[in-house]
Design a protein around this ligand. Structure first.
Ligand SMILES: Nc1ncnc2c1ncn2[C@@H]1O[C@H](COP(=O)(O)OP(=O)(O)OP(=O)(O)O)[C@@H](O)[C@H]1O
Ligand SMILES: [Mg+2]
Length: 375
């Protein structure tokens, strides 16, 4: 178990098999006697268990200690990275009522590339090339999706396509993004710890610093609070090609979610102006989704166009995942991230820059037309 040092190996021996199995992407512990795993997109209950809650707590404390954090009644929540980059989150009982709750998110050992997503059917070749073009053209993008839908993975892939001579500033709560050989400053927020006289540093604080560090692009790993307004401001003030992720179920909701988060900053900007600011800042929303067959795919690539009279955001889907059929044996959904017969407003930039992506790539395929007609 290379992930952990010898001192904590013992504590984790009850789940050693799960930790060393690379085909398991997540281990979820609901108290000592209930351990679930995610394997090939499926959530499976296992027979693995800790002896009792005390043992489970000790294991988590040992991990916390190994990464220089605390996990006790004063600090009953743990968010940390393990030495191999896995992400661990834990909540101590009795805050978590059925015993200490833990989630260990393991990431792919190998760096995931756009071509891997294509090979897994998580994105179509053309949509992938289109996103690549959006990065090249410096479009401001938001990756939206539910919990564990693959947002961070996709954000990382998109960021890795940014050219080497652009200065990228990444802000995260726990270090999940990995960029190699790029011009990157990576900043991590810090929790307040009054007992140690340690002041908290928020994403918003780091965004303020980032603006002074001459960034070309700013990337916020997860936009989850009032810092949304700073990101929108950054996007509107020349930091083209900035990106972030939000929790939302579709591209429309992503814009609304960003608006709600902006309001959490306590801003006095009138609602209509705020909406216009957001619609102006954001150009493309990429929606990720974990489908009913357990597979993670990009479900939409949409352009943000403006605000309607009723205050809703005006979006057009450029690509939308459409189901063709289903594999009866495996339960796998069969479909494609198909173009929606919509030409993005920045198509002229694609042409002017001589990027090999003709307008025909945006035409809706006949099979989708037929399906839409039948519906
Ligand atoms: N297209 C994909 N196919 C299969 N597995 C994937 C895919 N994308 C991501 N994963 C895996 O799914 C898990 C969740 O991915 P990721 O952390 O990117 O999701 P997230 O939406 O950012 O989650 P969270 O909401 O917790 O921030 C990880 O184990 C990751 O390696
Ligand atoms: Mg994430």
């Amino acid at each position: 178990m290379s992930v952990f040092n010898d001192a904590i190996k013992n504590f984790l021996s009850p789940i050693e098999d799960l930790l060393s199995d690379d085909s398991i992407s997540e281990i979820m512990i609901n108290g000592p006697y209930e351990i679930f795993i995610e394997k090939s997109g499926k959530i499976i209950r296992t027979d693995y268990r800790f002896k009792n809650n005390e043992n489970l707590m000790s294991a988590m404390r040992a991990i916390a200690q190994a990464v220089g954090k605390k996990f006790d009644s004063d600090e009953p929540r743990l968010d940390a990275n393990l030495p191999d980059g896995s992400r661990i989150a834990a909540v101590l009982s009795p805050i978590s009522t059925n015993g200490t709750a833990v989630s260990i998110r393991k990431f792919f050992k190998e760096k995931v590339l756009l071509k891997d997503l294509i090979a897994w059917g998580a994105i179509s070749k053309d949509a992938a090339r289109f996103l690549d073009i959006c990065i090249y053209l410096g479009k401001n993008m938001l990756v939206s999706g539910g919990t564990g839908s693959g947002k961070t993975t996709l954000l990382n892939i998109l960021a890795s396509r940014i050219s080497n001579n652009e200065r990228i500033i990444i802000i995260e709560d726990t270090k999940e993004m990995k960029l190699e050989d790029q011009h990157v400053v990576h900043m991590i927020t810090r929790k307040e710890d009054p007992t140690q006289n340690i002041k908290g540093i928020t994403t918003q604080d780091l965004l303020h610093s980032a603006m002074r560090l001459r960034p070309d692009r700013i990337i916020v790993g997860e936009v989850r609070s009032g810092e949304a307004l700073d990101l929108v401001n950054a996007m509107n003030t020349g930091h083209d090609g900035s990106m972030g992720t939000v929790h939302a179920n579709n591209p429309d909701e992503a814009c609304l979610r960003l608006e709600t988060l902006c309001l959490q900053s306590g801003t006095k900007i009138p609602p209509n102006s705020l909406k216009l600011m957001i619609a102006n800042a954001l150009q493309v929303v990429v929606q990720t989704k974990r489908f009913s067959d357990g597979k993670r795919r990009v479900s939409h690539v949409s352009e943000v166009l403006g605000v309607n009279d009723d205050g809703s955001y005006r979006l057009e889907h450029i690509f939308e995942w459409t189901q063709k059929s289903k594999n009866d044996e495996t339960g796998e959904l069969i479909g494609e991230l198909a173009p929606c017969q919509y030409l993005p407003t920045f198509f002229d930039q694609i042409k002017v820059n001589k990027l090999p992506f003709p307008s025909s790539k945006f035409e809706r395929p006949d099979w989708v037309k037929k399906l839409k007609k039948a519906a």
